[in-house]
Design a protein around this ligand. Structure first.
Ligand code: LLP
Length: 410
């Protein structure tokens, strides 16, 4: 029996046929799933004036950004390059939230010129920005609320030792700088981490922003960041988005009454929007039995999907070519000269050399974190949209590795 978790096909298009047509490794995205996720968020927060600012860094392909726009969301960008990609996708600059960390004033000025909403996360830049622009350019401030949240230490970013945001304990200093430079603060922002399960965390964060917000009379929005946890395996507990939406919205409406004006509520989900929509299809190059372990060596690795190695993240792996076969225990490993274990001790339908395997939850932080390590080429990307598989990024070629090299005459 194939596992109910084995995707086999999306929107009636078989993943094996996509592998045949476009080759492997290939990233495949289900456009319908992305749209559904955005609509679910809109439903969960339907009581409030909501703007979804999809966290572009999760998956930046311009066709995906266009699809996200089509579904009614806007975008969050962390670099001037991401801002430009969003604009390539047709977003107006004013619909882009720019949330950098540790960038230069030159880059920030460039984004001001483009016209995106600027979100600053340190006092020196806030002061410099105020001296440069006074109240002529509205700005948002990223607060570090000192909340420990997130699936693991590397993706927990709202705690007291994190480099992100301006400490809530430095609120008085923020107010001094804002006052001195006569600045126009139209938003407050926080993001505490990724893979957050607990509705209480979102509420706790919201309460920190509400308290700070009373000190800023010109606000238009509060941005509660992203971090909603999605399912990685069968039976996984996920963020109860309806509950979070309901509770945060109620608290927000209550706050708006106290504040005396209706504000917008902004969210910046990345994983929630694209994680489950994505599949990385690879091929088994070798099935290698050792005295203890049977390895499946695939034509991919940490150069294409680094999450299992970097965060010990779990990604489901299924056999597309032999789904009905008896299950056996395998370690699925990459072809990179590092220990790049994609999945350890996994029960997978018997794998033969040449079989196609699919790695799930590959939509968020998959290709966007990919590299050319070991001089391997980055995969193609395919979007299934309206029941049809469309190529949205060509597979790299060898000449791409040489493209920017300046080869000396030695
Ligand atoms: N907003 C800000 C300011 C962020 O820094 C992030 C993620 C998000 C929103 C979106 O968070 P999400 O909804 O995707 O959890 N590479 C790691 C995740 C790093 C997240 C970085 N910031 C991973 O693959 O788990």
């Amino acid at each position: 029996m194939p596992s109910s978790q084995n995707p086999i096909s999306i929107q009636g298009v078989s993943l094996a046929s996509i592998a045949e047509e476009f080759g492997t490794p290939v990233y495949v995205y289900d456009g319908e799933k992305i749209t559904t996720q955005i609509h679910t968020l809109q439903e969960a927060f339907s009581k409030v004036p909501l703007r979804i600012k999809y966290a572009t860094k999760a998956l930046t392909n311009v066709s995906i950004l266009k699809l996200i726009k089509h579904a009614g969301a806007e975008v969050d960008a962390v670099s001037v390059e991401e801002v430009r990609l969003c604009m390539e996708a047709g977003f107006k600059a004013e619909d882009v939230m720019y949330t950098p960390n540790g960038v230069s004033m030159e880059e920030i000025k460039e984004v001001v010129e483009l016209g995106a909403m600027i979100n600053l996360d340190n006092i020196p830049m806030l002061d410099l920005f105020g001296q440069l622009y006074g109240n002529s350019v509205p700005v948002c401030i990223r607060i570090n609320p000192h909340i420990m949240a997130g699936g693991n230490a590397k993706i927990s970013v709202g705690h007291i030792t994190s480099k992100f945001g301006i400490s809530i304990h430095q609120l008085d200093r923020i107010l001094e700088v804002v006052d001195k430079n006569n600045m126009l603060i139209t938003g407050l922002h926080l993001h505490t981490g990724s893979d957050i399960l607990d509705a209480e965390v979102f509420l706790k964060g919201a309460n920190v922003l509400f308290e700070a917000a009373m000190k800023f009379p010109d606000l238009r929005f509060l941005d509660f960041g992203g971090g909603f946890k999605v399912a990685y395996k069968e039976g996984d507990v996920v963020t109860d988005i309806m509950k979070v939406g309901d509770r945060v919205s109620d608290a927000f409406l209550e706050f708006c009454k106290a504040y005396g004006r209706e504000l917008e509520l902004w969210l910046e989900p990345g994983k929630f929007v694209v994680s489950e929509s994505g599949y990385l299809i690879v091929q088994a190059n070798v099935v290698k039995e050792t005295p203890q372990i049977t390895f499946i060596g695939v034509n991919s690795g940490l150069n294409h999907l680094i999450r299992p190695m970097m965060y010990d993240a779990y990604h489901g792996v299924y056999n597309l070519s032999n789904p009905e076969a008896e299950k056996r225990k395998y370690n699925v490993v990459g072809y990179i000269c590092e220990t790049d274990t994609i999945a350890a001790e996994r029960d997978i339908s018997e794998v033969r050399m040449g079989d196609y395997l699919v790695i799930k939850n590959a939509g968020a932080y998959g290709i966007s974190m990919a590299s050319n390590y070991n001089s391997r080429l980055r995969p193609a990307e395919v979007l299934v949209w309206d029941g049809k598989a469309n190529l949205i990024r060509k597979r790299e070629k060898f000449k791409d590795l040489l493209h920017n090299q300046v080869i000396l005459d030695i």
